[in-house]
Write a new protein. Structure first.
Length: 90
């Protein structure tokens, strides 16, 4: 069993965090030559305030809001509902 002192542990954790930040800030595609920054491929999604199913008329407009407006408030809890493929994970 190898023992580490506190400084070694702090250094190791710091390196691990740096690697994770680099990984989380980049996205790679199988066909691309190099990775891209996540901020370069991010699309600010529009979310419907209510489900489209509750419309009473076919041409009724349901208000939308940009996801950045909702997620910008750190104290707000958000529940995203939607059909498979609706973009919840994105």
């Amino acid at each position: 069993l190898t023992k580490f002192d506190k400084e070694d542990c702090v250094d190791y954790i710091g390196q691990h965090i740096e690697e994770n930040i680099k990984w989380a800030c980049n996205i790679s595609f199988r066909d691309s030559i190099k990775t891209k920054k996540l901020t370069d491929v991010f699309i600010d999604l529009d979310l419907y305030i209510a489900p489209l199913k509750i419309r009473t008329e076919v041409d009724e407009r349901i208000p939308k809001i940009q996801i950045s407006e909702i997620l910008g408030d750190k104290d707000t809890k958000v529940v995203l509902l939607g059909q498979p493929g609706a973009g919840k994970t994105t």
